[in-house]
Design a protein around this ligand. Structure first.
Ligand code: SAM
Ligand code: SF4
Length: 328
């Protein structure tokens, strides 16, 4: 099992498979995806992904989240899921997606053997959704969720970035409450994070997740204590609701204590922290099957460099220009 010098173990990897995205979320890629002229390396190809995942699987990693950019824009996206599950031996393969064409992709996703899906929906108001993402696609995403559920797919989470004056009012919170009352999906607010590119946006729209926490406390939601392998989400239940609420608060003081994830960028850099500067390319060791032991040594050595915490509260965003690059 991978372990760092603070005793944290890492059964979970977030793997970005592309930086490309078809949305223009104001906090991430307000001008849409732009080719990075400073880095002409191609995105990891299927064989490289397979070798890397196999290596992690030998380290006891049982869950990989595929992310991006928008992971579903890759032509071999469904093949990647299959390779991770069938060839690399990863038990749980989950994705984070903006839900583009989810209505049409629902069946393919279920058939691929996917174990869970996080869908980003910043607002249930169609106009607000369009303003934040640059796309009028809320109906197809909601239809897609329904299609997944009709096919018996259960592990559905919705993430929204909490944005002051956009989706942070009591009315917004009530709308989500209503949505999850009879609908078995978990909804989480993520506190807006400052990145290298979004300082102005951050200053304008950052709201503390405490406002949502207070709402939950005032409305009989019960905090669920963290399980052994829990990630950084604080989860709340209410017996009268089928879905759960959650908060991801990267600025809270204990956020990093429960860190159980490492990241791989779409070009094969191992990133020890979303906001750290530490990370190296492991790609040269993904070229042949017989490099497995060398790759394992390199990853093990890197673990000692994982820091105890990020320094976001000091405005230090590390080398993260926006989350599409590091795989949010
Ligand atoms: N394109 C996919 C999507 O939007 O779900 C996957 C990649 S996206 C970078 C992953 C998650 O990061 C999304 O839920 C997105 O809302 C969130 N995100 C992006 N930039 C963020 C920021 N600056 N602060 C907080 N969350 C952010
Ligand atoms: Fe694209 Fe996701 Fe970034 Fe939005 S948050 S621009 S959907 S990568």
């Amino acid at each position: 099992m991978l372990k760092d010098s603070f005793g944290r173990t890492f059964p979970y990897i977030r793997m970005s498979i592309t930086d490309i995205c078809n949305f223009k979320c104001g906090y991430c890629l307000p001008n849409g995806y732009q080719v990075d002229k400073s880095d002409n390396r191609k995105f990891l190809h299927l064989d490289e992904i397979k070798r890397l995942a196999k290596c992690f699987s030998e380290f006891g990693v049982n869950k990989i989240r595929i992310t991006g950019g928008e992971p579903t824009v890759r032509k071999d996206f469904f093949e990647i899921i299959k390779v991770l599950k069938n060839d690399a031996g990863i038990n749980k393969v989950v994705i984070t997606t903006n839900g583009y064409h989810l209505d049409k992709k629902a069946k393919l996703l279920v058939d691929s053997g996917l174990n869970g899906i996080n869908i980003s929906i910043d607002s249930l108001d169609r106009e607000t959704f369009k303003n934040v993402t640059g796309h009028d696609r809320l109906p197809e995403i909601l239809e897609g969720i329904k299609n997944l559920q009709d096919l018996g797919f259960e592990n559905i989470k919705i993430n929204a970035v909490l944005l002051k004056g956009i989706n942070s009012s009591k009315k917004d919170f009530d709308t989500w409450s209503k949505f999850i009352q009879n609908n078995k999906v978990d909804f989480r607010y993520i506190e807006l994070m400052q990145t290298g590119d979004n300082l102005e946006y951050f200053k304008k729209y950052h709201a503390s997740s405490k406002i949502f926490k207070n709402y939950l406390n005032e409305n009989n939601w019960i905090y669920q204590t963290l399980g052994k392998d829990a990630g950084p989400s604080l989860n709340y239940i209410n017996p009268e609701y089928k879905g759960k609420f959650g908060i991801i608060a990267p600025y809270s003081k204990d956020f990093c204590k429960t860190c159980n994830r490492l990241r791989i960028t779409s070009r094969g850099d191992l990133r020890l922290c979303l906001f750290g500067n530490t990370g190296i390319s492991v790609r040269h060791l993904l070229q042949k099957d017989d490099q497995l032991n060398e790759l394992k040594d390199l990853i093990l050595k890197q673990m000692q460099f994982k820091k105890e915490s990020h320094y976001l509260e000091l405005g230090d965003t590390g080398s993260t220009k926006n989350l599409s690059k590091t795989g949010g």
